[in-house]
Design a protein around this ligand. Structure first.
Ligand code: HEC
Length: 329
């Protein structure tokens, strides 16, 4: 019986491939304008660290509480942030007379680049949304954390108008007590979660207690959700797509995404395709709405928090005021 799940997985994989074909086939990407986004290495910075733990370490904290976004201050200095954090040595705070701050990366990966650039393009064909990412990850040391995949490229979407998602993107889901962060309980696996699903969020994180079911249902109805489309990659091998959702925890859900990718000289070119109407529990992308998007890349066989991330960006379908407009091709 041992081989049955394996066979099923293989069939499911084949069905996915056959039904979808190459993700990028329908779009002429040369005609779609792209934008560069710099992905920095965040170390153990997380929601509680940024907003509450230590305003000396993150001078922007009071301003985020008043409504500023992370990118308002940090766009253009991602190279500095990543470079300062990734080595795991003392950090230098240039805005406070070069004050020296303690590291926020206790287990650094030797020679890891602190930041790199992703060029992102979006398009749709009336039934699918397409994301094309040129990822210039450069030469990455092998961290040996994920033996199965060299690189994992993800795009995050959210329809939520909740301030945590709008202002901070992925940081809304990254908490002090999630696995790998400073407040994690050793041996306890706690994934990412959105803060407002939890009964109480303190400087230590949200713990285990959730809001009552009716309040969780209201949050879900308001689109309080992060959805990730991920391509899991090895050079010369087919991309493996995955769909993940974050609400009160992060879960891999039934996959709705297809992906293809190619690699040359430290650069990945990745296309992800998913339905505009994701169905129950997933996002429906509608014209006239603005979605938060962000990007994350696990390069060099890394797992969990050892990724490079972007600040929050915005996406509109067909038209709107946003960083990216997915126009019908
Ligand atoms: C009002 C401006 C402002 C806002 C808004 C802001 N920050 Fe900062 N942040 C700063 C400044 C200034 C520093 C210190 C940089 C330095 O001098 O090294 C900093 C430092 C950091 C650092 C540590 C970098 C290092 O080199 O050690 C991280 C990580 C960070 N911010 C993340 C965020 C995130 C995530 C958000 C959104 C939730 C955010 N910041 C919002 C101004 C801001």
């Amino acid at each position: 019986m041992k081989s049955v799940p394996k066979a099923l997985a293989l069939l499911a994989g084949l069905a996915g491939l056959c039904a979808s074909g190459p993700a990028s086939a329908a779009i002429d990407w040369a005609n779609v304008p792209g934008k560069d986004v710099v992905l920095y290495y965040p170390g153990q910075s997380n929601w509680e660290w940024v907003l509450a733990m230590n305003p000396v370490e993150m001078p922007g904290a009071p301003y985020v509480r008043q409504g500023k976004t992370c990118r308002a201050c940090h766009e253009g200095m991602e190279d500095f942030l990543g470079g300062d954090i990734v080595t795991g040595t003392d950090r230098t705070q240039m805005f406070a007379d070069n004050a020296v701050l303690p590291p926020i990366e206790p287990t650094p990966i030797k020679d890891k680049p602190g930041a790199f650039t992703v060029t992102a393009k979006f398009a749709h064909d009336g039934s699918n949304l397409y994301v094309h990412l040129d990822v210039d990850e450069g030469q990455q040391p092998d961290a040996g954390q994920d033996p199965n995949f060299a690189t994992k490229v993800a795009v995050m979407f959210s329809p939520s108008r909740s301030p945590d998602v709008l202002r901070t993107g992925c940081y809304a889901a990254c908490h002090n007590d999630s696995t790998g962060n400073p407040g994690a309980t050793p041996g306890v696996n706690r994934t990412e979660y959105l803060g407002r699903t939890h009964a109480r969020l303190t400087r230590l994180g949200g713990g285990d207690a959730l809001k009552p079911a009716d309040q969780l249902a209201t949050l879900r109805a308001q689109g309080y959700l992060l959805e990730y489309w991920q391509a899991r990659l090895n050079p010369g091998r087919p991309a493996v797509p995955a769909t993940l959702a974050v609400f009160d925890k992060r879960e891999e859900v039934a996959n709705v995404v297809s992906a293809d990718a190619s690699y040359a000289g430290g650069k990945w070119s990745v296309t992800l395709r998913g339905p505009l109407n994701g169905g129950p529990g997933l996002i429906s992308f509608l014209p006239g709405q603005i979605y938060t998007v962000a990007f994350a890349v696990h390069a060099g066989h890394t797992a969990r928090r050892f990724h490079n991330i972007s600040g929050e960006r915005t996406l509109a379908i067909d038209a709107g005021v946003a960083d990216f407009i997915a126009v019908k091709q």
